[in-house]
Design a protein around this ligand. Structure first.
Ligand code: ASP
Ligand code: MG
Length: 596
C-alpha cells in the first residue's frame, strides 16, 4: 500500500461536475489500495475574484486581512470535495492548514513552511479516511494562530511539503495540462510532453514551468528527494516525472527555510579564451563554436556582453588540457572573423590559464533580490576582482584569478554559511542517457540595461547590484564580459543585466544616480529584447550543444546580442521581434518538435 499526496489545481475543482470527477478519481485510487492525502486549490478563478473584491474596497489592503480573505477560497473547495467523497461512500474529512498544523513563518501573503504536524493526519489516515487539506495556507505557531498564505500558486508547495513530512511514497500534481512541455505550446504548437525532467532542469526552466509547478515545490522535492509527477486530471496519461538525485538526509525542521545558496562550487581546472573585436553579426558565434566542437572540445562558460559599435567580444572557458587545441582553433578562425575591411581593428585572441571559476548555486535565489550582490560584496571585501560574470536562474558564476581561489571560496562559504568540507571540487557530471536539451524557454518581459566602462576593481559590481537589491529589483541575467578598455588610465569593463520591463526605468534612474560615484560611462536601456534559453543536464561534457544553438539562430539570420551560461543552461539575448522565431527554430534544431 502506498501513501500518496495528490494535489488538484483550481480548474480541476472548478465546477460541481469537476469536483465530482475528482472525487471519483480519488475513490478509484483508494480502491487500488492507496492511502491518500489530497490538497486542493480554490475553485477556478476564485482567488482572483477575492483579490478583485479587496481591490474595490482598498488600494492597499493589509496583508493580514488579505490572507484572511484568500484562505477562504480553499476552505470552500475542501468542504465540497469532502462532501462529494461522502456521496460516493468514501470516508473523508476536510482540514484547513491550521487544523492540520501547517506551521509557517509570520510573513503574511508570502509565508514559508516551517514544519507540519503529522499526528492528526496519520490518525485520520489510519481510520481509512481520505484527508482533504486546504492548499496555500498555514498558521503561525505563536499563541495567536494567525492564518497565513504561501503566495500565489502555493498549493503545489503545500502538497510537496505534506508529502515530505508524511514520508509519502510520491506526490502527484493534477492540473489542466498533460504535464510539462518542451516549450510554450502557444508559441510553438509542436511542443511535446516531456516524460521526465530533473528538478534542477525544472528550476532553470522556471520561466517556462512556473505556471505549471511552483518553483518552491520543486525545491522541496529536490531537497528531500520526493518523487514528483505532474499530470492531467482529465486523462489517465502518465504525465511528467520530476526526478531528484538521492539527497543528503536533512531535518524537517524549518522545512522551507533553506538557505538561498546551498552550494559554493570551484573549478580551478579551467582556462579562459577570448576573441576580441569580432563582428556583431549573425553567424559569428556559430562559426566559432562549430569550429571548437569539430575538435570535440567541451566549452563550459560562454559570455558575450553588449556590442561596442559594430564589434563584440566573446569569451569562454574550457578545461585546461583543452586550451592548446582551443587556442589553435581560435587563431585559425580569427582572420575569417575579421569584420569591416575598412576598419583598422583586428580580431584578437587572448588566453589566460590562471583563472578559476567560482559559483554559488541554490534554488532559494529565485525571486530573492540581493543574492548576487551579496556574492559580489563578499568577493570585494576579500579583495578579489571579478573578471567575468555569468548567471542563470539558480546560479551565479564568476571567473577570477586562480591565485585568489582559496581566498574567494573561503569568504563565500563563510558568507553563505556553507560547510566548506562538503565543497565539490568540480561540478556535476553528466550521464549519457540524459538528453542534451530538455526544454527551451522564451522570456519576453525583460529589459536589458548596460553600463559601459565600469572601473575594473573589486567592489563595483557589489555596489551596483546592492543598490538594485535595496530597491527590491530582481535582476535576472548578469553578464560581465571580457572586454576591457582603458579610460582615463583606468581599466574598465562593461556590465549588462536584465530586469523585468516594469523595473527598467527605476533601475536606470538608480544607476544614473550612482554613476558619478563609481565613475562609469553611459547607461543604456533596451526594452526591445527577448531571451531564448536551452536547458538540459545532458549538455555537460557534450561538445557542440552551444554551436548547434548558435547555428540555428544564424540560419535564420538572427543576431545574438548577448550570451550567458550555466552548466545546464545557455541563454541568448536577441531582438524582441525575433524572439518567437528564435524559440521555434531552436526547438526544432534540438529535435524537440513533434513530427507532424
Ligand atoms: N488559490 C491560490 C492561488 O490561486 C493557490 C493555488 O492555487 O495554488 O494562487
Ligand atoms: Mg498552480
Amino acid at each position: 500500500m502506498a501513501l500518496v499526496v495528490q494535489k488538484y489545481g483550481g480548474t480541476s475543482v472548478g465546477s460541481v461536475e469537476r469536483i465530482q470527477a475528482v472525487a471519483q478519481r480519488i475513490k478509484t485510487n483508494v480502491q487500488q489500495g492507496n492511502s491518500l492525502v489530497v490538497v486542493v486549490s480554490a475553485m477556478g478563478k476564485s482567488t482572483d475574484t477575492l483579490v478583485n473584491l479587496a481591490q474595490q474596497i482598498s488600494s492597499n489592503p493589509s496583508r493580514r486581512e488579505m490572507d484572511m480573505l484568500l484562505s477562504t477560497g480553499e476552505q470552500v473547495s475542501i468542504a465540497l470535495l469532502s462532501m462529494a467523497l461522502h456521496e460516493l461512500g468514501q470516508p473523508a474529512i476536510s482540514l484547513t492548514g491550521a487544523q492540520v498544523g501547517i506551521v509557517t513563518e509570520a510573513a503574511h501573503s508570502r509565508a514559508r513552511i516551517l514544519e507540519i504536524d503529522t499526528k492528526r493526519l496519520s490518525r485520520h489516515l489510519n481510520q481509512g479516511e481520505v484527508v482533504v487539506v486546504a492548499g496555500f495556507q498555514g498558521v503561525t505557531c505563536r499563541q495567536d494562530l494567525e492564518i497565513t498564505t504561501l503566495g500565489r500558486g502555493g498549493s503545489d508547495t503545500s502538497a510537496v511539503a505534506l508529502a515530505v513530512s508524511l514520508k509519502a511514497n510520491r506526490c502527484e500534481i493534477y492540473t489542466d495540462v498533460p504535464g510539462i512541455l518542451t516549450t510554450d505550446p502557444r508559441l510553438v504548437p509542436e511542443a511535446q510532453l516531456m516524460a521526465e525532467i530533473t528538478a534542477d532542469e525544472m528550476l532553470e526552466l522556471a520561466s517556462l514551468g512556473a505556471k505549471v509547478l511552483h518553483p518552491r515545490a520543486v525545491e522541496i522535492a529536490r531537497n528531500f528527494g520526493m518523487p514528483l509527477v505532474v499530470l492531467s486530471s482529465w486523462s489517465d496519461d502518465p504525465g511528467t516525472k520530476v526526478t531528484s538525485p538521492l539527497p543528503k538526509p536533512r531535518s524537517l525542521d524549518g522545512l522551507e527555510i533553506t538557505k538561498a545558496v546551498d552550494g559554493v562550487e570551484i573549478d580551478t581546472n579551467q582556462a579562459k579564451l577570448a576573441l576580441l573585436r569580432i563582428p556583431d553579426r549573425p553567424g559569428v558565434a556559430a562559426n566559432l563554436f562549430n569550429a571548437i566542437a569539430e575538435q570535440q572540445l567541451d566549452v563550459d562558460l560562454i559570455i558575450q556582453s553588449i556590442h561596442e559599435a559594430n564589434t563584440n567580444d566573446i569569451a569562454f572557458t574550457v578545461a585546461q588540457d583543452a586550451l592548446q587545441k582551443a587556442e589553435a582553433v581560435a587563431h585559425a578562425i580569427a582572420p575569417a572573423l575579421r569584420h569591416n575591411p575598412k576598419s583598422t581593428e583586428e580580431a584578437e585572441v587572448m588566453i589566460d590559464n590562471k583563472i578559476a571559476k567560482i559559483a554559488i548555486a541554490g534554488a532559494g535565489m529565485i525571486g530573492r533580490p540581493g543574492i548576487a550582490a551579496q556574492m559580489f560584496r563578499t568577493l570585494a571585501r576579500a579583495g578579489v576582482n571579478i573578471q567575468m560574470i555569468s548567471t542563470s536562474e539558480v546560479k551565479v558564476s564568476c571567473v577570477i584569478d586562480q591565485a585568489q581561489c582559496d581566498l574567494a571560496s573561503h569568504a563565500l562559504c563563510k558568507a553563505f554559511e556553507i560547510d566548506s568540507s562538503t565543497l565539490p571540487i568540480t561540478t556535476s557530471s553528466s550521464s549519457s542517457e540524459v538528453p542534451a536539451v530538455r526544454g527551451v524557454a522564451l522570456d519576453r518581459d525583460q529589459a536589458c540595461l548596460a553600463i559601459v566602462h565600469v572601473p575594473d576593481r573589486p567592489g563595483i559590481a557589489a555596489q551596483i547590484f546592492g543598490l538594485l537589491a535595496d530597491k527590491n529589483i530582481s535582476v535576472d541575467t548578469i553578464i560581465q564580459s571580457q572586454r576591457s578598455r582603458i579610460i582615463n588610465e583606468l581599466a574598465t569593463r562593461d556590465i549588462a543585466f536584465t530586469v523585468a520591463q516594469d523595473d527598467a526605468q527605476i533601475a536606470a534612474a538608480a544607476l544614473n544616480e550612482l554613476a558619478p560615484d563609481i565613475g562609469c560611462g553611459e547607461i543604456t536601456v533596451d526594452t526591445a529584447i527577448a531571451k531564448v534559453s536551452i536547458v538540459g543536464a545532458g549538455m555537460v561534457r557534450n561538445p557542440g550543444v552551444a554551436a548547434q544553438f548558435f547555428s540555428a539562430l544564424a540560419a535564420e539570420n538572427i543576431n545574438i546580442q548577448m550570451i550567458t551560461t550555466s552548466e545546464i543552461k545557455i541563454s541568448c539575448v536577441v531582438a524582441e521581434n525575433q524572439g518567437v522565431k528564435a524559440l521555434q527554430v531552436v526547438h526544432t534544431a534540438f529535435g524537440l518538435s513533434k513530427k507532424v
